[in-house]
Write a protein that binds this ligand. Structure first.
Ligand code: OAD
Ligand code: ZN
Length: 244
């Protein structure tokens, strides 16, 4: 790899970094076979978010919402982390100061071994009680049609942040610290359309970080970042941390 190439520059920045933050979206899991939301075959092309991923939709028809999550659970259960997920684990292990922020709910980062992370949109393998609020792991595939809480009997919902809902305070807090402290931010496989994650590049940039994105296509953040690398996450990300 030529040292002066865009890829070479990002690789060198990562090698020299004191504090690294990584932000990921559906594109990193696309290489594991998990559908994205907004591409040609994206989930939001075939399903209406208003019917499936809002608190109002769940209030109207919890059975339909659970059916959709059951279908996604079945699909995701067959998928494994890819080389890009694994590279992020390697980056975490060799870095003193590291944080991963993911919008993905598929749990593939954890499965790969990531430990320092915020799953800001939740996790499809967790359920939350609509009554007492308890959050539990649940890997049933399929989950019962209308699952109920073992503690209080109320209806369980997916532990996912839906449209119209706020992120959890603890996650926001962790993210804002990671974004304002990092000297290097890598953004991988997100369309950059959903807030607050869509604003994370500019927070890091304003705090003086070097920001690089890896995506198949340009995004609304492409003009703001220092370098855009175009290609598949599973091909590009591993190249960024080979021995310098
Ligand atoms: P999107 O589906 O909006 O965007 C996926 C991005 O990944 C696009 O910019 C693609 O160009 C890029 N991409 C696709 N395949 C890729 C690959 N193999 N390598 C690199 N890039 C690739 O997904 P997100 O940005 O994650 O919310 O969407 C954000 C949120 O919107 C999601 O978390 C979800 C959705 O509604 C919830 O689940 C709550
Ligand atoms: Zn309960």
């Amino acid at each position: 790899m030529a040292p002066g190439s865009d890829l070479g520059i990002v690789k060198q920045r990562l090698a020299d970094a004191q504090s690294i933050t990584v932000l990921t979206g559906a594109g990193i899991s696309a290489d594991s076979g998990v559908p994205t939301f907004r591409g040609t075959d994206g989930l939001w092309k075939n399903f209406r978010a208003e019917d499936l991923a809002t608190p109002e939709a769940f209030g109207r028809d919890p059975r339909l919402v659970w059916e959709w999550y059951n279908w996604r659970r079945e699909l995701i259960a067959t998928k494994q982390p890819n080389e890009a997920h694994k590279t992020i684990v390697a980056l975490e292990r060799r870095s003193q100061d590291f944080w991963l922020i993911t919008q993905n709910v598929d749990g593939l980062h954890r499965e790969a071994g990531s430990a320092k992370l915020s799953e800001i949109h939740g996790n499809i393998w967790k359920v939350r009680c609509t009554g007492c609020g308890v959050v539990e792991d649940n890997r049933d595939v399929p989950i019962a049609a209308l699952p109920s809480c073992r503690q209080c009997g109320s209806l369980l919902r997916p532990h996912i942040v839906w449209f119209g809902e706020s992120l959890f305070f603890e996650d926001l807090d962790h993210c804002s610290r990671a974004l304002s402290h990092c000297d290097t931010l890598l953004i991988i496989g997100t369309s950059g359309l959903v807030y607050p994650a869509a604003g994370f590049a500019s927070i890091a940039k304003e705090a003086g970080a070097f920001v690089a994105e890896i995506n198949l296509d340009p995004t609304p953040q492409s003009l703001l970042v220092d370098i855009s690398l175009h290609g598949r996450a599973k091909d590009i990300v591993p190249l960024l941390i080979e021995a310098v």
